[in-house]
Design a protein around this ligand. Structure first.
Ligand SMILES: *Cc1c(COP(=O)(O)O)cnc(C)c1O
Length: 365
């Protein structure tokens, strides 16, 4: 028998979350963001669940090729645009729409020979200071692009730094509007946090929205709101089984560094899951997980291939018992990836993306 760990991608949950995002910004069209191999889920595995999206946004050209290989003929947007001149040939061939965020990309486009002019998304740096033209240089960039025969249509784009927090989006939105109010073209603003938290404003101002994490059932603003608060369902389950049990006496320790000491007699289970599977090594005693659908806690350190769990709440659980590291148990109990991420001092995004290649993945409804 293979090692019992496995991941499951839930197609019905992807559909549900996409619908949830649409409801939050009903007037906008939706790019499902599938960068980083669909946040670790696998582009081919999420495709069925997300095919009612209006488009897909990503940043790796090889991933765009994979979407076209799935026979997706609709819009694909390259969120970081092109990295070198020959990428533009692929854009022409595959009909990819691409971001223009710097002078070098305008120069590349001007040097590109194409029969079919491109649709481009001109990005403004409205305050995040990663990609884009500053407000003072934005209109000049627009004018230069507009004069290029390689350009068919210019759309306008920016990205919010604080949609998930107290600062919000107002300042950046004002900056964007002040510079672009009289420019033609479609607008795209808004990651998941901006859609869920500021959907009423965004729905009006954005022709396209770009949700990623919400589609994958994680709350962008956890812990102030949970996935359940937003009506989102987990799309990725990481599950394994108990492969051994130990009965601890008072004073017994567990694992490397003996970091956990039993304060009372305690039965523990050893789970076939470790950091080499993508389970975060920063999790410590107390991290939640489910055994046979019942919530309990991890104890001691995460090692490469194993973790240990407190079996007190599930006295019947023995070798072979189901362990849900995050996601949904076979009995339907839920454990949000956000809770596990928080225990590791990180975010759900990172855990999804870190799912290890050695974990077999299946797609289920
Ligand atoms: C990743 C990304 C998104 C999606 O962000 P989420 O927080 O996952 O919703 C949207 N826009 C851009 C430009 C991105 O890079």
């Amino acid at each position: 028998m293979p090692r019992p760990i496995r991941a499951t991608v839930h197609a019905a949950a992807l559909r549900h979350n996409l619908a949830r995002v649409r409801a939050a910004a009903p007037d906008a069209r939706v790019w499902a963001v599938v960068k980083a191999n669909a946040y670790g889920h696998g582009i081919e595995r999420v495709f069925e669940g997300l095919r009612s999206a209006d488009g897909f946004a990503l940043l790796d050209l090889a991933e765009a090729e994979r979407l076209r290989a799935l026979d997706w003929r609709g819009p694909i947007l390259l969120l970081e645009g092109c990295f070198e001149l020959r990428d533009l040939e692929l854009c022409s061939r595959l009909g990819l729409w691409h971001t223009i965020h710097c002078d070098e990309q305008i120069a590349m486009l001007a040097a590109h020979k194409t029969q079919a002019p491109h649709r481009v998304f001109l990005k403004m740096n409205s305050g995040m200071n990663r990609l884009g033209f500053t407000p003072g240089r934005y209109r000049a960039a627009w004018t230069r692009l507009n004069a290029l025969p390689q350009v068919e249509e210019i759309s306008l784009m920016t990205h919010f730094s604080d949609a998930d927090g107290a600062k919000g989006i107002a300042e950046q939105l004002d900056t964007f509007e002040a510079v672009t109010h009289d420019l033609p073209g479609e607008r795209t603003l808004s990651n998941s946090a901006a859609i869920l938290r500021h959907g009423a404003v965004i729905g009006e101002k954005s022709d396209w929205v770009r949700p990623g994490i919400a589609v994958y059932g994680s709350a962008p603003d956890y812990p102030s709101k949970s996935a359940a608060d937003w009506g989102l369902l987990p799309t990725l389950t990481l599950a394994s089984k108990i492969i051994a049990t130990q009965q601890l006496a008072v004073g017994d320790t567990v694992g490397y560094g003996s970091s956990f000491t039993a304060g009372q007699p305690l039965r523990i289970g050893v789970v076939a899951c470790g950091y080499a599977d993508g389970y975060p090594r920063h999790c410590t005693t107390g991290t939640p997980l489910l055994v046979n659908g019942v919530r309990t806690r991890m104890v001691a350190r995460v090692s490469m291939d194993m973790i240990t769990v407190d079996l007190s709440p599930v006295p019947d659980a023995g070798v072979g018992a189901e362990v849900t590291l995050w996601g949904r148990s076979s009995s339907g109990a839920l454990l949000s990836i956000d809770e596990v991420a928080q225990a590791a001092g990180t975010v759900g995004y990172e855990l999804m993306c870190a799912l290890a290649a050695r974990v077999p993945v299946v797609v289920a409804e």
